[in-house]
Design a protein around this ligand. Structure first.
Ligand code: NI
Length: 170
């Protein structure tokens, strides 16, 4: 296992714009992806972005079959997404509860686009694109926000819908 420490909100790396990956298929990139996947699994997340483990590169991984943090969510295939681009489809916006490994213990109601197309590169540098909606689209938006220094609390419209998960669920 190569679990890394997850940086928490307030850390300067989480506020930076991450850099594009320029070279694919390197040992460094493959180690980064292993570290991200291990950390995500140990922490029980549905996705993670490289800046969360202190690496300011445009790399995210996400996916799960079932997740204790989001018991209602439909499964999302495990995906490595590098240098991503998002194109929103339509203007439907949905509010849903989100959490983040960098904001431990908290939840907030976050508006996100319901449908989108995302594209980017695989670990080997192969370009791909995919359509996503609902929770899948939400995870993509949340993880890609990390690459631009945005954490979900910055997108909450009403701070009354932000708090500690234990208190909100009580
Ligand atoms: Ni996050």
């Amino acid at each position: 296992m190569a679990e890394k420490k997850v940086l928490r909100m307030g850390h300067p790396i989480l506020r930076k714009t991450a850099q594009n990956v320029e070279e694919f298929g390197t040992a460094a990139l493959s180690q980064l992806l292993i570290d991200m996947e291990d950390t995500m699994k140990v922490e029980g997340g549905v996705g993670i972005a490289a800046p969360q483990i202190g690496v300011s590169l445009r790399v995210v991984v996400f996916g799960f079959k079932n997740n204790a943090r989001y018991p209602e969510a439909s499964p999302v295939p495990f995906t490595v997404l590098i240098n991503p681009k998002i194109e929103f489809i339509g203007d439907e916006i949905e509010d849903e509860w989100e959490g983040c490994l960098s904001v431990p213990g908290m939840r907030g109601l976050v508006p996100r686009h319901r449908r989108l197309k995302y594209s980017g590169y695989s670990e080997k540098g192969v370009f791909f694109e995919k359509y996503a909606e609902d929770f899948h689209a939400r995870v993509v938006q949340h993880e890609c926000d990390h690459l631009d220094g945005i954490l979900y609390p910055m997108r909450i419209k009403n701070l009354l819908s932000f708090g500690y998960a234990e208190e909100l669920e009580a």
